[in-house]
Design a protein around this ligand. Structure first.
Ligand code: CP
Ligand code: NVA
Length: 301
């Protein structure tokens, strides 16, 4: 069997590879904007397996594969034999014998690891309960495009120490920025993920202290997919961590703020920040398309 490159967490790329993918993403964006066709993946087929809902991830991968001359097929895990208990190992072996690359969004991170271990083609983690590395490609592309090199700068994560927070921890270590995490007790990120980032990351429970002078503020929903039953207790625990004008005013004068979307206006972020004409959140969402095109090119090259 081939030994394909997978992208299950950001740590599957070296710092140099990650920077190269981000640069390529901006190039592909300009080509797309200028109407220059770029069919680098003619005839290549992506299988997209979803066990959770998605708007951005599905649309960006599907549009991206088409723009590169390939195609993508949507597979809801509940509508396949996976939903009836066919082992992940067997599914991976079969699907990877028919397509060139696979994207999976599911709950248990172990499932994408098992899939990858049994796949003859590259596997991309399109979100698990533990990580969302594709979103970090878009976020880092957006930060770079708006403010240049992030080395030595400070980002601040507000709210839940969730899958997005874990991928920010990986990004801080790989890209050389400092990450302050402001989260309430009981909602901290995984100690293992934190430990691997060493002094690139600090926990600062006071949100006003955490955002002071930061160059990037970022948040995400307080109840992720699968945690809907805990939504009320999470709102109560995290209300002091809302990304709002008051916190933004304490950050660097040139600070930008990001949210992977979908957002709950009035919970983790205020409506005025979502709808501010200077918000780059919409660029961030669009960059999912360009960043993942660069990623797929890299993994298939
Ligand atoms: N940010 C993100 O992954 O969005 P979707 O859930 O819509 O794919
Ligand atoms: N943390 C969120 C991200 C959604 C894109 C979730 O897992 O639901």
């Amino acid at each position: 069997m081939n030994t394909p490159r997978h992208f299950l967490t950001l740590n599957d790329l070296s710092s140099d590879e990650l920077l190269a993918v981000l640069r390529r993403a901006s190039e592909l964006k300009q080509m797309q904007r200028n109407g220059i066709p770029h069919a680098s993946l003619t005839g290549k087929v992506m299988a997209m397996i979803f066990a959770k809902a998605s708007t951005r991830t599905r649309v960006s991968f599907e549009a991206g594969m088409t723009q590169l001359g390939g195609s993508a097929m949507f597979l809801s895990s509940s509508a396949t034999q996976m939903g009836r208990g066919e082992p992940v190992e067997d599914t991976a072996r079969v699907i990877s014998s028919m397509v060139d690359i696979v994207m999976i969004r599911t709950f248990d991170h172990q499932e994408v690891e098992t899939f990858a271990a049994n796949s003859s083609v590259p596997v991309i983690n399109a979100l698990t309960d533990d990580f969302h590395p594709c979103q970090l490609l878009a976020d880092m592309q957006t930060w770079f495009e708006h403010r240049g090199d992030m080395r030595g700068k400070t980002a601040c994560w507000l709210g839940d120490g969730n899958n997005m927070c874990h991928s920010y921890i990986n990004a801080a270590k790989l890209l050389g920025f400092h990450l302050r995490i402001a989260c309430p007790e009981g909602y901290e990120p995984s100690p293992t993920v934190l430990a691997a980032a060493g002094d690139a990351v600090t926990i600062e429970p006071d949100p006003k202290v955490a955002v002071a002078g930061a160059h990037l503020l970022v948040t995400d929903v307080w109840a992720s997919m699968g945690q809907e039953a805990e939504a009320n207790e999470r709102i109560n625990a995290m209300s002091a961590y809302q990304l709002n004008r008051e916190l933004l005013d304490l950050a660097d004068d040139e600070a930008i703020y990001l949210h992977c979307l979908p957002a709950h206006r009035g919970e983790e972020i205020t409506a005025d920040l979502m709808d501010d004409p200077n918000s780059v959140i919409w660029d961030e969402a669009e960059n999912r398309l360009h960043a993942q095109k660069a990623l797929v090119e890299f993994l298939l090259s």
